[in-house]
Design a protein around this ligand. Structure first.
Ligand code: PHE
Length: 482
């Protein structure tokens, strides 16, 4: 736990630009120490990219396309962030804010890997059993034949072979360490009662077929520090986090539909111009400002922070991502395929399919039919929402069959590059020198905060850590001035 508290209080006025996770955390932490915070938010909701879409919600895109979510009661679609790792500070904020968590299933042996040239989906468990099995066979044989004698003592060899035997479920020396399949692959007929031992899934592909299938490329995913299980998500939708922040901050301090149009650093403070709810231009003055907007949006906002800051804001590259939420009339992934959460990885342009980690066994459910990046996300972004649905369904049928179309109730898609005032999923820096360093320091009375100023880009924890860093720096400065 990394609870955060500031020593000393201040009544200074701080204007915060953006009610995304960084802006909300800034207001929340400064508020605890007495600061008088106001948040300007261009959208009509808090959270920024932390966006949960439910029935009745509207999705407006920059090309003027318009969707109204027709999801059933109890169904939600996390269009942005979807998972929290246990080590992330986001977990601590959930505890502090009273946001209930449940497990988010990021890897599931029962989900699939689908590669077009293979033609049929393969369960992760089957792919792993075969790949691990053949690797263990080859390494056991090479070790036993003395090919690795330069690297291994006699005892090392024995221990390595023992490990490989359990790791890959391969035969003993007498059988040439052969991998011939294992129940780890799964069953075509499950084990049952009495004299029903079940039928292990077959046939076992050859080593060459397993290598050619390319399934092994996905295995690293669940080994990553950020993506390894267990992972978590808030009960009821990711936006429980911004909602809880907003409730603690006080909704009266958050001006929605208030788009920042100009940031002016002054001798003794800061002045921010914005267009309010009614289209009227207004000004707000403060002692300090925290700009918690995306860098590419700040770069399009008038300011007097200088050419170097402007160039720095325009330095990172914007990355696009997209998602579609598909509500189904029937939880066929559970009923027909025994999949309760997790992700199917593919080489289709939908990239991946995510099964819901909530509502198991209930009547309806929401599958994320694509979550893709870069070129694949751009391809879907260029389509109308009905076209996106059609394309996602056509692709998904290859894995799940006709029910993937027939049992669909409704869908909503989000292309992050087309979201007003956000215009991207996240950014990437060419380097952590120069521009990144500059924006990690205040420009006069203006500080910058966001995941884009952290080493956890595209994670809420990056936004939270950045906000804390700015809050500490700002508070130190105010305390030193007193
Ligand atoms: N955090 C986002 C996710 O988990 C984006 C991301 C993807 C970040 C992959 C890093 C690596 O989907």
């Amino acid at each position: 736990p990394t609870d955060f508290s500031l020593t000393g209080r201040s009544a200074n006025r701080v204007v915060i630009l953006g009610a995304g996770i960084a802006g909300l955390a800034t207001a929340y932490e400064l508020g605890k120490a007495g600061y008088d915070c106001t948040i300007l938010e261009a959208l009509d909701r808090v959270g920024g990219r932390n966006w949960t879409i439910r029935g009745g919600d509207r999705v407006l895109e920059l090309n003027h396309s318009f969707q109204v979510a027709k999801f059933s009661d109890g169904i939600y679609f996390n269009a942005g962030p979807t998972r929290l790792a246990q080590w992330m500070v986001t977990m601590d904020y959930c505890r502090e804010l009273g946001v209930d968590l449940e497990i988010f299933t990021n890897s599931n042996a029962q989900a699939y890997i689908y590669h077009q040239h293979v033609g049929a989906p393969v369960r992760w468990r089957t792919a792993k059993a075969d790949m691990y099995g053949y690797v263990a066979e080859l390494l056991s044989r090479a070790t036993d034949a003395g090919a690795l004698d330069a690297a291994l003592t006699a005892q090392d060899k024995e221990r390595l072979i023992a490990f490989l035997s359990s790791f890959g479920a391969v035969g003993n020396k007498a059988s040439g360490f052969r991998y011939t399949g294992t129940p780890r692959r799964g069953y075509s007929v499950n084990p049952g009662a009495g004299d029903q031992p079940g039928t292990v899934l077959g046939p076992v592909p050859s080593l060459s077929e397993v290598l050619a299938s390319g399934v092994g490329q996905w295995f690293e995913f669940e080994h990553g520090y950020e993506q390894a299980m267990l992972m978590f998500h808030p009960v009821g939708g990711m936006d429980m986090i911004p909602r809880a922040f907003a409730a603690r901050i006080g909704p009266e301090r958050i001006l929605l539909r208030s788009k920042v149009t100009k940031i002016t650093n002054l001798q003794d403070g800061v002045e921010v111009e914005y267009r309010d709810h009614y289209g009227t231009t207004r000004k707000i003055s403060a002692d300090l400002c925290v700009a918690a907007m995306p860098p590419h949006i700040l770069a399009k906002t008038a300011h007097n922070l200088g050419a170097e800051v402007q160039a720095a804001l325009a330095t990172p590259t914007v990355v696009n991502a997209g998602k579609i939420g598909l509500e189904y009339n029937r939880r066929w992934w559970e009923l027909d395929e025994d999949i309760y959460g997790g992700i199917t990885a593919t080489d289709l342009d939908l990239t991946q399919i995510l099964y819901p980690s909530y509502g198991y066994g209930s009547a309806r459910g929401l599958v994320v039919g694509y979550y893709n990046f870069d070129a694949q996300a751009n391809a879907y972004a260029a389509l109308t929402s009905p076209e996106r649905e059609r394309r996602a369904i056509e692709q998904g049928i290859k894995i799940h069959g006709a029910k993937y179309r027939d049992e669909l109730a409704t869908s909503v898609s989000v292309a992050w590059n087309l979201q007003p005032n956000i215009e991207g999923a996240w950014v990437s820096w060419p380097s952590r020198q120069g521009a990144y360093q500059l924006l990690n320091k205040p420009a006069g009375h203006v500080y910058f905060a966001g995941d884009w100023l952290s080493h956890m880009i595209a994670w809420q924890s990056g936004a939270l850590e950045s906000a804390r860093k700015v809050v500490m720096g700002l508070h130190q400065r105010v305390m030193n001035a007193n």
